[in-house]
Write a protein that binds this ligand. Sequence first.
Ligand code: XIL
Length: 350
Amino acid sequence: KSLSETYDSMFKIGVALNRWQVRGENSQAESLIRKHFNSITPENEMKWARIHPEPDEYNFEAADQFVTFGENRDMFIVGHTLVWHSQIPDWTFLDENGDELDSKALLKRMKDHIDTVVGRYKGRVDAWDVVNEAATWSDGLRQSKWLEIIGEEYLGKAFQYAHEADPDAELYYNDYNLWAPDKRETVVKMVKRLKENNVPIHGVGMQGHYGLESPSLKQIEESIKAFSELGVKVMITELDVSVLPSRDDVNVSYNPDERQGAEADVPEALNPYTEGLPDSVQQQLKNRYVELFELFKKHQDKIGRVTFWGLHDGGSWLNNFPIPGRTNYPLLFNREYQPKAAFHGVLEAA
Ligand code: XIL
C-alpha cells in the first residue's frame, strides 16, 4: 500500500531528497519515492551555499534536476530555503572590501537572491520555506546576521520579495522545537505581526525532529492548534524520530571535536545499535510513529502536509547529527530500502 494514497484525503506525504536521489541514480530509491510520496523537498540543493556559492555565481544544476524530478512525477514541490543563518557563505554579509554590509545593501542582496531563485522556478515550485529558524529556543528572535544588520523587518521583506517573484507560490515560515511553549509563543507573535502588516505568509512548518519519548503529543498538539488559529496552514516538515541517546541521557563525556584521529569510535553508550536495531526498539519506534500519525489525523483539517526528512535510515542526517559517525534508525525504510515496522504503523494509523 502507498503512504500518500492512504493519506490522500487528509494531507500530503512528502520526503526530502538528497543529491543522489535528485539525480535519480538509485532505482530502488526512485520507485519508493514515486510510490509513497506526493511532495518533495530538497535536503540541501536549494540552500544559499549550494545554489549561490559566490556573489556572481549561481549553481542551478542540482536544483533544476530536483524540480524536473518533481514535475515528471506530478509532485507538490517545496523549495527549501531562502533566508536562513546556516549553510550560507560569509560573503553574503560583506562588501568587496570585506566590510559588513549596511541594512539597505543586505536587503538588496536578499532581494536579488530571492528574485533570482524564486523567479527561476516561478510556476514550477509550489511552495517555499521562505524563512528558516529565525526564532530561538527560548523566547525571542535568533541573533543572526540578518537580524543584526537589518532588524526584524528582514522577516516581512523576505516574504514580500518571494511573493513578488512568484505571486502563486505558497510561502512558509519553518522552524524546529515549535512544540516548546516559549518558542511557540515567539512564533505566534511573529506570525501575528507579519499578518497585521499584510505580509503574505501562508503556513508554518513545524520541523518534526523528534525523539522516542519527547516531545509529548500534548505539546505538539498545542502548537498545531496555536498556529492554525492564526489562519495559516500547518505543516509537519522534516519528520524523523531519533532512537539514539543524547549526550545528556548517558554518563559519558565525549566531544567529537576533540577526538583523536578521524576513526576514533563513538562510545557505545552514545551509539548502541551498530549491529542492528533490537526488536523492542523497533516496536517502540513503530508505536511512536503510530501515535504521531494518529495526532496528525485528528488534526487533518489543519495540516497540509507531513514531510519526512529523508527516505531511509542509511541516508538520514541523524547518523551525523548532533554527533557524527553514529548508526541511527529514524525513518520508515531501513538501509536495504525495506519497510520497517514503523512504516506499517503509519499505514495502520490512517
Ligand atoms: C540538514 C541536512 O539534512 C544535512 O544534510 C545538512 O548537512 C545540514 O542540514 N533544519 C533544516 C534542514 O531546516 O535544512 C537541516 O538539514 C536539518 C535541520
